[in-house]
Design a protein around this ligand. Structure first.
Ligand SMILES: NC(=O)c1ccc[n+]([C@@H]2O[C@H](COP(=O)([O-])OP(=O)(O)OC[C@H]3O[C@@H](n4cnc5c(N)ncnc54)[C@H](OP(=O)(O)O)[C@@H]3O)[C@@H](O)[C@H]2O)c1
Length: 290
């Protein structure tokens, strides 16, 4: 029987997918693709085979994908050549005779005109490339990562207040652990080919809601304060982020504030067979100590 390969196994999402797959499959059915074998020794110690490969080295992908039935394509970093990386992986999957590819584009409203540098155009390119590849596919569309929200509001938001550019839009968010578990359910299960899942957490929240949650968690008033774009740039820069990362954060916050990820679905809950981690649950358990 062919194996399941997860790319990006040294990263957060890829690692979670493999760890959840281990709950349903034996280790000898699982393979992790990594650029650097030493970055996933913990997975190897659990019996998962690691194969070395780089999205930008097509021959390494041809070698790594031999004997693979199902493949999870973990999206690669922003600020790299994401189109070439993803195209190489898709082409190698076709060559290797992969029977089912699961990809994780960012969620997008059907009629959306929202664009974000480094993300939206590349994800549309990747989806189109998969659709024209002839591969059986599942699109496991992602909302913003709940466990990344501190990047937008600041690690000390519970002390400083939630200071972001103005907007009252709501957005869904899900943890990378829950998203990884959903990917594992797709990869270990059957009947998911040709489907698009919108893996939203619940409920959708605004930045003002986050301030309310942090107030409840800390038992003191954490204010929400809309700041100007200039002030937000100053705040993020003072945290040490370079200008291109500050602009990236502003792009995400703009999408959140304008309702790009406001839709709530049951897809994540259905795949998990339980409620996803809620924002309140996440912040209560993790934010303060993160
Ligand atoms: N929805 C959201 O809110 C959100 C936010 C940020 C990012 N994202 C997307 O979600 C993806 C996964 O998130 P994450 O937190 O798991 O990221 P991560 O921890 O940075 O993992 C990314 C993985 O991709 C691998 N990778 C990068 N370049 C590669 C290449 N050329 N060839 C092979 N593998 C390569 C990395 O390997 P190395 O360990 O060797 O670098 C790593 O294993 C990100 O890459 C990004 O596309 C989504």
């Amino acid at each position: 029987m062919g194996k399941i390969l997860v790319t990006g196994a040294s990263g957060v999402v890829g690692r979670h997918v493999l760890l959840h797959l281990l709950e349903q499959k034996s280790a000898d059915q699982l393979v992790g693709l990594v650029r650097d074998l030493s970055k996933a020794e913990d997975l190897a110690a659990k019996g998962i085979e690691l194969r070395q490969g780089d999205y930008l080295d097509p021959e390494s992908l041809d070698r790594a994908f031999v004997g693979i039935d199902k493949l999870m394509l973990t999206a690669t970093h922003a600020f790299t050549d994401r189109n070439t990386a993803h195209a190489n992986a898709i082409d190698a999957a076709v060559k290797a005779g992969v029977k089912h590819l699961v990809a994780m584009p960012i969620m997008r409203k059907p009629t959306s005109t929202f664009t974000m540098k480094e993300i939206t155009a590349e994800d549309i390119f990747t989806k189109d490339r998969i659709l024209s590849s002839g591969l059986a596919y599942t699109f496991a569309e992602h909302p913003p990562f709940l466990d990344n929200i501190h990047f937008y509001i600041g690690q000390r938001a519970h002390e400083t207040g939630v200071l972001v550019p103005a907007g009252d839009g709501k957005f869904t968010a899900a943890t990378r652990d829950d998203l990884g578990a959903a990917h594992a359910a797709i990869l270990a299960g059957s009947g998911h080919e040709g489907k698009t899942y919108r893996l939203t957490g619940n409920p959708a929240i605004s930045f003002a809601d986050i301030a309310s949650i942090l107030s409840e968690v800390t038992d003191k008033r954490v204010p929400y304060k809309a700041v100007s774009e200039e002030e937000y740039t100053r705040i993020k820069s003072s945290e040490g982020w370079p200008a291109f990362v500050v602009d990236f954060a502003k792009g995400w916050v703009h999408g959140m504030n304008t309702g790009e990820w406001a839709e709530e679905t049951d897809d994540l809950e259905t795949l998990l067979g339980r409620k996803p981690t809620s924002p309140a649950g996440f912040f209560r358990n993790h934010y303060i100590t993160d």
